[in-house]
Design a protein around this ligand. Structure first.
Ligand code: CMP
Length: 143
């Protein structure tokens, strides 16, 4: 079963959108298997966004992501990476469709409420950066 890493960014936490964001994924059918609030340190932020190193927005992005708490989670399900990306909408909230998280709650590409892995390789890498194996709970739907 596929897993993906999702994070409510500092703007989402500060605007009180944590429950709405989690609800959007649960409502879609993504299974929540790990969840924690944390403050990211610079080292972790630079690793997490390592693919953007050298881009003009890299330092502001790192400064911003460590500026306040985030809520990190792991979601599981068939094709959950694509499902979660569809729930989030396009990276730039101005291009994200209404009905998606970024389309409904964002205006700024740097303050786009939520991050989600963009491929199986980045999902694996990001899950390993943020969660220990024992922090991920395996469970089955019985209802
Ligand atoms: P995220 O999904 O967290 O992955 C990388 C982040 O970089 C992205 O969301 C945006 O918030 C940010 N980002 C991407 N492109 C730009 C850009 N051109 N200017 C500022 N921030 C950007």
């Amino acid at each position: 079963m596929e897993r993906t890493f999702v994070m409510v960014k500092p703007d989402g936490v500060q605007r009180g959108l944590v429950a709405k964001v989690i609800n959007s994924f649960e409502q879609k059918g993504c299974k929540l298997v790990a969840l924690k609030m944390m403050k990211i340190d610079r080292e972790l932020a630079e690793k997490h966004y390592g693919e953007h190193k050298g881009k003009p927005f890299f330092t502001p992005l790192v400064d911003y992501i460590i500026s306040g708490p985030v809520v990190a989670m792991v979601l599981e399900g068939k094709d959950v990476i694509t499902a979660a990306r569809n729930v989030m909408g396009a990276t730039n909230p101005l291009q994200a469709a209404i009905g998606t998280i970024r389309g409904d709650y964002g205006m700024d590409i740097g303050r786009n409420v939520v991050h989600g892995s963009d491929s199986p390789a980045s999902a694996q890498r990001e899950i390993n950066l943020f969660f220990l194996p024992e922090e991920i709970t395996e469970w089955s739907r019985t209802l």
